[in-house]
Design a binder for this molecule. Structure first.
Ligand SMILES: Nc1ncnc2c1ncn2[C@@H]1O[C@H](COP(=O)(O)OP(=O)(O)OP(=O)(O)O)[C@@H](O)[C@H]1O
Length: 304
């Protein structure tokens, strides 16, 4: 798969403050590439450098073979960018904004269709300043897509949307990707990253911690399963800790919690069967991307 975005050793300062120390990543054509990281990690600064809005202090960026800082006009034609709140005039109406933005492009999308798929048709005549937070957000997504871009950069795609609108937006993004558009997604939401992204760059304190699939990231964090239950008869902890799949055993009243690798549940079940014990109120938790995120970013901070 050819890469459409190449970032090599990006470095960006604001005065004395280093926002991005050293970020390298490449985005392949047609994928949904997530950029995930704690507050202030440098995610927005990184994507603003890709968009040509900010000029890097070091490193090299190629977007569709172009340097965004030098060839900004050309990059703008191929890269759809989600506007941040306050970047549109308050008095502009929804349909006017879409029609205006569509007029900037030779190969614009059908803006009425886009307005409809984002559930904004009923608000076509409403002024931007009168829209709710979620409606403004949906309009900003529509404006990012109205130029029929080859790449769409979506920063905080679903922030401010209610759960249903968030799911509708995910469906829309998948439909856009199915048309061959490459998507760069900056997000805080693990569920969103897990559901949408083919690969993720985890950025912490201006550096890339790792780039992987959501499943690979969880695996890389070395997180397994947590099994907890009430044994139907007394059980010696030492039988559990002797299992190679088990890392730790804790007790809270009658409830036993076992942390172990991804085979911990199987091993504990087999042991209980051998002992003739039933696991009552059994709960199994699989490590999530959120756990991996916390583990990998904490590890990074402690390692400094
Ligand atoms: N215009 C600016 N002037 C000075 N410092 C800035 C500016 N923009 C961002 N910063 C600082 O640079 C660092 C990285 O900010 P950036 O917005 O890129 O991070 P982020 O990962 O997108 O954070 P968030 O998730 O909170 O939006 C932060 O410490 C931030 O305070």
């Amino acid at each position: 798969m050819p890469s459409v975005i190449e970032v090599r050793n990006l470095h960006k300062r604001y005065g004395d403050h280093v926002a991005v120390h050293d970020v390298s990543l490449s985005v392949e054509e047609g994928e949904i590439f997530g950029i995930l990281g704690p507050n202030g990690a440098g995610k927005t600064t990184t994507v603003e450098c890709l968009e040509g809005i900010r000029t890097p202090d070091g490193g090299d960026i190629r977007v569709l073979g172009l340097d965004p800082a030098r060839d900004r006009a050309e990059v703008t034609r191929s890269v759809g960018v989600q506007l941040q709140d306050g970047q549109l005039p308050e008095r502009l109406r929804v349909a006017e904004a879409l029609e205006l933005y569509a007029s900037f492009y030779d190969t614009a999308a059908d803006w009425r269709g886009l307005m409809d798929s984002l559930g904004l048709t009923a608000k076509a005549k409403t002024r931007y300043g009168k829209l709710s937070g979620g409606q403004k957000q949906r309009l900003s997504i529509a404006l990012a897509l109205v130029g029929n871009p080859r790449i769409a950069v979506l920063d905080e795609l679903t922030t401010g949307l209610d759960p249903q609108a968030r799911r509708d937006t995910w469906d829309l993004i998948e439909a856009v990707r199915a048309r061959g558009v490459t998507i760069v997604l900056v997000t805080h939401f693990m569920e969103e990253a897990e559901r949408l992204c083919d690969r993720l760059a985890l950025i912490d304190a201006g550096r890339v911690v790792t780039v992987d699939t959501p499943a690979g990231l969880t695996e890389r964090a070395g997180m397994g399963q947590r099994v907890s239950f009430r044994p139907s008869a007394p059980l010696d902890d030492r039988l559990l800790t002797a299992l190679p799949e088990v890392a730790a055993v804790t007790r809270d009243g009658e409830r036993i919690t076992v942390d172990g690798d991804e085979d911990a549940l199987n091993a504990v079940s087999a042991l209980l069967a051998r002992q003739g014990i039933v696991a009552q109120r059994l709960r199994v938790e699989q490590a999530s991307l959120e756990d991996a995120f916390v583990a990998l970013t904490r590890h990074e901070t402690e390692g400094k």
